[in-house]
Design a protein around this ligand. Structure first.
Ligand code: DX5
Ligand code: ZN
Length: 247
């Protein structure tokens, strides 16, 4: 697997103090910040939108190549992912990770296209569009979605239409602090067998008690919300998560 990338989920941060919470996590060793965007439609919860991302971005240095430290990994749990690509680019998002389920089901909703929804929403078109805005593209699958839907997308001949990252959800999206679903790890394993260099992210219920299973399956991008923000010593948890992946 590629080297570990530890991405604390700011869903578990103090929302009244987000800017400082984000810069502190970077100082404590976080590689990326995982930013959960929820619209109350795709998931039964609402977080915040692009204006808030703009404000917290101003508290964190831009990612420095090639390390990518400070990358804003925006997990878009929203029903119409194609509509917000430019807004999130302008807000400082570096990696726009949409849900496969939303991309395929929002096609019908946008035809005939009105002025704000002229973009096609097939996963490959959406990936191309995200790349055209100079962001990395991620594609996420929920626990009920089989990994097989991803093969065609990953095997695309056009590099611009291939994702930079796959996110395998290990909880039903919507809330922090849920129980890790080990049942999802065979998806990670299948992806890792075919794609040794792909960034494979896991999200939901990750912490010191579950990291070994996820790392063994081949995950290298580790999201952790409650495990990091709820820790006495977040820096120590970040270090241990990284060691478990890189061992
Ligand atoms: C859940 C979010 C996660 C969440 C993870 O829908 O996508 O990123 O913050 O929280 P923990 O790590 O507490 O399970
Ligand atoms: Zn998330």
């Amino acid at each position: 697997s590629p080297p570990a990338i530890i991405a604390p989920s700011i869903l578990s941060a103090d929302f009244g103090n987000l800017g400082a919470e984000c810069s502190t996590k970077i100082a404590q060793g976080a590689d990326w910040l995982h930013v959960d965007i929820m619209d109350g439609h795709f998931v039964p919860n609402i977080t915040f939108g692009a204006p808030v991302v703009t404000m917290i971005r101003s508290h964190v240095d831009r990612p420095s190549e090639p390390s990518g430290k400070g990358t804003f990994d925006c997990h878009m749990m929203i029903a119409e992912p194609h509509r917000w690509v430019k807004e999130f680019k302008n807000a400082g998002c570096d990696l726009y990770c949409f849900h496969y389920e939303a991309a395929i089901s929002s096609v019908a909703a946008t035809e005939p296209a009105d002025k704000t929804t002229t973009r096609k929403t097939s996963p490959k078109e959406l990936i191309r569009y995200i790349h055209e805005q100079d962001m990395q593209a991620g594609i996420a699958i929920k626990p009920d979605t089989p990994v097989d839907v991803l093969w065609e997308i990953l095997e695309n001949k056009e590099a611009i239409e291939r994702p930079d990252m796959v996110l395998v959800m290990t909880v039903h999206p919507g809330f922090g602090g849920q129980k890790f679903m080990a049942s999802e790890l065979p998806k990670v394993q299948a992806l890792r067998e075919k794609y040794p260099d792909l960034n494979i992210e896991v999200d939901g219920g990750l912490g010191l008690g579950t990291i070994d299973q996820a790392a063994d399956a081949g995950a290298n991008v580790i999201v952790a919300g409650s495990a990091v923000f709820g820790a006495q010593d977040p820096g120590d948890v970040i270090t241990k998560l990284r060691e478990a992946v890189n061992k």
